[in-house]
Design a binder for this molecule. Sequence first.
Ligand SMILES: Nc1ncnc2c1ncn2[C@@H]1O[C@H](COP(=O)(O)OP(=O)(O)OP(=O)(O)O)[C@@H](O)[C@H]1O
Length: 597
Amino acid sequence: MASSTSTDAEGRAGDGLLRQLLRRSLGRGLAVFCVSTASAAVGLALPAVLGRTLDALLADPHGAAAGRWVLGSAGLTSLLVVLDALDSLLTGTANARSIAWLRRRLLRHTLRAGPRAGRRLAPGDLVTRLVGNAAQAGTAPTALASALAAVVTPVGGLVALALIDPWLALAFLLGLPLLAAALRSFVRDTTDSVARYQHSQGEIAGRLVEALGGARTIAAAGTAGRERARVLAPLPELSRQGHRMWRVQGRSAAWAAAIVPLLQIAVLAVAGLRLTAGALSVGSLLAAARYAVLATGVGMLVGHLNGLVRSRTAARRFAPVLAEPATAYGTRPLPPGDGTLELRGVRAVRGGRAVLSGVDLVVPGGRCLAVVGRSGSGKSTLAALAGRLADPDGGQVLLDGVPLPELTHDALRRAIGYAFERPALLGGTIGGTIALGPAPAPPGRVVEAARAACADDFVRLLPNGYDTPCAGAPLSGGETQRLGLARAFAHDGRLLILDDATSSLDTVTELRVSRALSGRLPGARRPRTRVIVAHRAATAARADLVVWLEDGRVRAAGRHADLWELAGYRAVFVDPDVSGEQDVSEVPYADGGVQGG
Ligand SMILES: Nc1ncnc2c1ncn2[C@@H]1O[C@H](COP(=O)(O)OP(=O)(O)OP(=O)(O)O)[C@@H](O)[C@H]1O
């Protein structure tokens, strides 16, 4: 697995997505900005009105002017409450929409990248990015709008001080560089620690998902304690970065706590001098005191900047998710044909190493090809390329003369069916799992396919038969494989690829499934072309053609009976040193009547 930390170039992909989000959310961001600004403006007007109210009450407590000012103050206070509520509502809605958009976008991209999506990131890390980091990044539009609106309050406070008396603004401005320096250092330190913190979170999630997937192995090996230590290994770094974030916030708060009162006292001292000089009224002094507080609204700015930094850092973590491009499909339908599969000079590179090279192969329509070879020889890679679960790094794969990338998504997926060694049961219910495909298979077809895959008997014994939820169905490895086979059988198509899909079946069931496979599958008008990754000699014996892979190259191709003459080929299935002890089911032709082809 490649490194999960993003490079600068990749980080820009995350920034790009964030910019897209900001453009999309312009309307909602503007609404938040307007309401926040209106709220800030009302907040700014309130001290002035309160000051005037005080002056009017001191001059004539029962006069009409005092009544008007009191009413004005009450009106502004109520408006402030309404605007704050509206701000919360708009912010919450805008965040929910942005987060949903981001998650949908990332999920679509991840699923379109297909099996490649998991190349760079462990599943847990990927999920953390799609769920947790998307939630943080999705608040960027409102965080930006609120941060911009939050600038209005200190700037407005400063302007108001200047309007009351220019000397007050000057006293405030003298201390401003100190505030700016504190803010700059806050943003720099927070960005770094947030990025490291989120990285450690992803690491822990990735390890945890690995541990959950391997729970049986861990229990059997008795290494639960060691595994716990492995999963939590990034915890000290997480804790270090968490503490560092708190320290940065604490330092900024301490700076603010030291600078802000000094600035306010400076403004108040100047205001007091101006009052004694007769240049200010008592009400103006009250307003100046309040504006000095608003002008030093650094606390609010720090909070907004913090939110913005977290959003941007989280967005940068989408870079490795976006780095695997989504699979592109062509525009061609599949022309009439019998399902001839052709591989021309196919090469595949994995982990910087060629694991398949120079593979040339033609499987005539309706025929069965068995792919054999020792473990790691490239069989599953070939099976993945044959059905375009991956694209070759060189050469071409064609179905009925059309290169697979030129086919539309629907044409490709309707033409090619797959069954795997460990199928995922994704259909909700057992019946839904078998029906799962580009066009859901009708119930009658589901049952027919289950019979062909020797699954019908055990499905009928489940509490609700085909309607049993997958989560509530305790299935063995062999039963799960049979459901995967049934899913592949339930759909029409020209090519069927079985990647080790019968490895957990007992010999009798495997023989029955193989017979169904070599005949006409349910619903099929003619025999499908089949590619079967096989470990058993009996399976190879039933195929029309066998391709024998060794170290990613075709060592030989032909009929099993002919290849069996070669000692190297026999050694793929039978250990020459212990052949006398070999299980008869592993020896070709041992189960009688399986030579069909
Ligand atoms: N994503 C990957 N990164 C690095 N190497 C890989 C990757 N995928 C496969 N390989 C390597 O490619 C080679 C072929 O793998 P493949 O799964 O095709 O073999 P196989 O013949 O199907 O093996 P088996 O019979 O054990 O399932 C192996 O050496 C494997 O380690």
